[in-house]
Design a protein. Sequence first.
Length: 148
Amino acid sequence: MKNLLVLIVLSTTVVCCNEHELKEKDVPASVKEAFKKQFPEAKEVEWNNEEGKFEASYEQNDKEMSTVFSAAGVAEETEIEIKKEELPAAALTYISQNYKDEKIDETAKITKANGEINFEAEVKKTDLIFDANGNFLLSKDVKEEDKD
């Protein structure tokens, strides 16, 4: 019965709020344990609900990072802040050709659980996603709550 109640509460949280800040006590123990095991040196950890999954945003080795976990505690992707010069050349070319005179606000390297690597560049409140070679994949608007 207790497990059913926890499941109902988590489901309601996921349905009601697509993405919002969570208190650590609201993150499943399996997720917190997996996070601490993978990132024992993480500092300033903040938790968010991201489309029904759990995102830890934190600082490690003087880099801003985030990792998305399933409710079972499986890391699905990790994002690490990089310098814009670390983007693949093809991505930089794409940005300079399609966003002339626009500033790149943030850049990141995203590593998925299967080893796939993508790069992200925020330009004009839009996240541009590139594959490992710098080929453009997609763009998505940056939500205001993502900017915190």
